[in-house]
Design a protein around this ligand. Structure first.
Ligand code: ZN
Length: 277
């Protein structure tokens, strides 16, 4: 089976230091978490940024640039910048969301479909998906298509059919996020069955679903995402001390399950990205 790509989503936009003291806020803290995950075996860092003092979510491109520079100075892991911009307001929300694409990271997340997160809506109109895919394609950034339900896969297929997303597409199956698809084995099997032939895919599970969804992903030949963005606890009642602890656990689980872990260079090859040099 193909080697396993481990993505570390080290901060996200929701977790706070009040929930877990180890959640990073400053660019230096975020980059250090990512690099420690690389040391533990992660090939990709999925990055959000925060206002360094308050910890509030931010889409400030200078903060992204700081994180990217520090990671690239220290290691060769692939960088995946978010474009979710969940809390943004104003008339230029779309441009704020797309600002990280201008830094030409290896990957950018692309949320194409709308979904309700318990108390609020994550709105992604069809025109957003088209524009974001076009922008990423224009600068050679591969989209990591985040799908929260099966309909989002069909929507991605239409962008692939229109030539806006190049093949093979790379999907992140987001299981158990708000009122999106549930994080159960049945739901994951069904999501997997809906992917276009040849698609590359990874899976994340929220909270206590993180580990079982990861385990199934390893079994089914997918890749996995771990980290504070999705889960703050190593086990029930035990907060993780770092993102790297999640990566270490997955590396050891993959070993038990007979799956080797991909280096950044190997991940680049699997994802069909150009070589770094
Ligand atoms: Zn994210």
């Amino acid at each position: 089976m193909e080697k396993l790509i481990i993505t570390a989503a080290v901060v996200g936009s929701g977790p706070t230091k009040r929930m877990n003291q180890a959640v990073p806020y400053t660019p230096a803290e975020i980059a250090a978490e990512a690099v420690n995950c690389w040391r533990a075996g992660a090939a990709v860092a999925h990055i959000h940024v925060r206002h360094p003092q308050s910890g509030a979510p931010s889409m400030d491109v200078d903060l992204f640039q700081e994180v990217v520079s520090q990671i690239r100075t220290e290691c060769d892991m692939l960088i995946n910048l978010t474009t979710s911009g969940l809390d943004l307001q104003g008339e230029d929300v779309i441009e704020q969301r797309l600002a990280p694409v201008t830094l030409t990271p290896d990957l950018c997340s692309l949320d194409i479909g709308s979904v309700n997160f318990y108390e609020r809506a994550f709105v992604n109109p069809p025109a957003w998906g088209v524009l974001a895919a076009e922008r990423m394609r224009a600068v050679g950034v591969k989209p990591e298509i985040e799908v929260f339900d099966t309909g989002h896969i069909a929507q991605a297929q239409s962008l692939i059919d229109d030539g806006l997303i190049e093949t093979p597409p790379y999907f992140q199956l987001c299981m158990g996020v708000g009122w999106g698809i549930k994080a159960t084995p049945e739901h994951l099997r069904f999501m997997h069955s809906q992917l276009p032939p040849g698609a590359i895919w990874s899976v994340l599970g929220i909270g206590q679903a993180q580990l079982p969804m990861n385990r199934m992903g390893i079994q089914l030949g997918g890749h996995v995402r771990v980290g504070f963005e999705d889960n703050l606890y190593l086990e029930k009642g035990v907060l993780a001390k770092s993102n790297a602890q999640f990566v270490e656990r997955i590396v050891s689980l993959a070993g038990e399950m007979g799956r080797q872990v991909a280096s950044p260079v190997e991940a680049r090859h699997i994802l069909g990205l150009p070589r770094a040099d």
